[in-house]
Design a protein around this ligand. Structure first.
Ligand SMILES: [Zn+2]
Length: 462
């Protein structure tokens, strides 16, 4: 499949037929010729970064309504259309006899997101429902796809799986196979059970890329019990869509840090079975977890941050204010709250970029959990996450799930640390561990643990 699409010079992405033609030949004939022209007209405007700031203009309002309808045609919901759109050199969206290059269409949304983010115009035009938010994540990933390719294939793979796994596939194995042409060398093999496909996808991508990014995934509260903890369950139901976009923040963190100092993942017998043997260094153990549920609003987020701050102050007292890996607890706290990153800064051109936090960002960052702070500062990294402290007095944040006694590891090929849970099970004398979450642990994000020059040991994940 990959070859077919990659060698295609020009691909037509067929969205549907006009509803007002005499005999609609396509079941997706939901938009009239006029609506399609209006929708692509608005998209062309946005691609040229024209701003529509006159909500009373009827023609423009109808254009946006048509664009919204265009994003709801079934083509956007199918898993196989992702490769079809991203692999060919020139893909063209076509509805009836109206066309627009796909690259120009996602340029339109690149501008649309930037306009919405700056709150100048944009955001009141499209009413994103569940259906269109799925499409939005598709377009955002399409926009990011080329940027992502400068990172490792493992990261591209996990971003794609996490973004598109909610799409429709008649066969659950296609949640992997339908995307495998975009990253890695996984070959579609329908003799395998879905469970084996999910495991093989992770093994193959880690082996190919040397990166542990494939371990990143969106939390799966309903995952199958018989699947190893390190493999995604692409059949599991996911949380609300909004949660998903926050989970995506981990991918940005993974690209920005270098906890394992550029090392490649080492895998023992990367053939099969439920055990995934990796190499790494045990850093610490979780000492305290400050449990907090989903933040329903900003007030709850601020209240949660105050509890975390209080916990940090208690640990600081125990350690006489000196953070174990250098610096102060005060500094460690605000940097941990934002994952030491300033996310999606928009420059004059409207291109979203993330960067590492600087000392001068402190005041702005603290406004995120100040009840009287600026409400428009974007989604904080720590929202709906889990705060923890370690035995040595480090502080950090992971996905919901870590427990007291969980181990913090830096694994070869892992650009962020991971939280793993020791089990009573053993294999050849070695303890078997469960995968829990990637983590931001302040003070060990930039290779500090690797610089200790300890000998890595085998870590067996089940
Ligand atoms: Zn504007």
């Amino acid at each position: 499949m990959k070859e077919i699409y990659s060698n295609t010079q020009r691909a037509i992405l067929w969205l549907g037929d006009y509803s007002d033609t005499a005999v609609p030949s396509h079941p997706n004939a939901v938009l009239s010729r006029g609506e399609v022209k209006a929708a692509f007209g608005i998209a062309e405007d946005l691609a040229a970064d024209r701003h529509h700031d006159t909500p009373e203009d009827r023609e423009i309002a109808e254009g946006y309504r048509a664009l919204d309808a265009l994003l709801k045609v079934p083509w956007w919901q199918r898993i196989w259309t992702v490769q079809e759109a991203l692999l060919p050199k020139h893909a063209v969206l076509r509805y009836g006899d109206t066309e627009m290059p796909f690259a120009r269409f996602w340029k339109a949304f690149d501008h649309y997101f930037a306009q919405s983010y700056r709150e100048c115009c944009g955001e009141y035009w499209l009413d994103f429902t569940d259906t269109s938010s799925n499409v939005i994540s598709c377009l955002q990933t399409a926009i990011d796809y080329r940027r992502l390719l400068s990172h490792d294939q493992g990261l591209v793979f996990s971003v794609l799986i996490s973004t598109f796994r909610g799409r429709l596939a008649t066969d659950p194995r296609d949640k992997i196979f339908g995307l495998s042409g975009l990253a890695g060398t996984l070959v579609a093999d329908y003799s395998l059970q879905p469970k084996d496909v999910f495991m093989r996808a992770i093994r193959t991508t880690i082996t190919d890329s040397g990166s542990l990014a494939p371990l990143l995934r969106t939390p799966e509260p309903d995952r199958a019990k018989d699947l190893p903890t390190w493999a995604p369950d692409c059949c599991a139901k996911l949380g609300p869509e909004a949660q998903h976009s926050w989970d995506m923040v981990w991918f940005g963190l993974f690209a920005a840090f270098d906890a394992a100092m550029g090392t490649k993942a080492a895998m023992l017998n990367p053939s099969a079975g439920p055990v995934l043997p990796l190499q790494g260094l045990l850093v610490d153990e979780i000492y305290e977890v400050v449990v907090h549920g989903i933040c329903r609003d900003r007030d709850e987020f601020c209240a949660m941050a105050r509890r975390w701050q209080h916990t940090t102050e208690t640990v600081a007292k125990r350690n006489h204010g000196v953070y174990p890996r250098g610096g102060t607890y005060k500094d460690a706290f605000w940097r941990t709250m934002v994952g030491d990153m300033i996310l999606h800064e928009f420059d004059a051109q409207g291109t979203g970029q993330s960067r590492r936090a600087k000392a001068s960002d402190e005041a702005n960052c603290r406004m995120l959990w100040n009840p009287n702070g600026d409400h428009s500062m974007g989604v904080p990294f720590s929202r709906d996450r889990q705060f923890f402290t370690t035995r040595a007095g480090l502080i950090g944040i992971g996905n919901p799930g870590p427990k007291v006694g969980d181990a913090i590891y830096v694994l070869l090929g892992g650009r962020v640390p991971f939280i793993l849970r020791p089990t009573p099970k053993k294999q050849d004398g070695a303890t078997l561990l469960e995968y829990v979450s990637p983590a931001y642990v302040h003070g060990i994000m930039d290779g500090e643990v690797m610089k200790e020059k300890r000998e890595p040991s085998w870590v067996h994940l089940i």
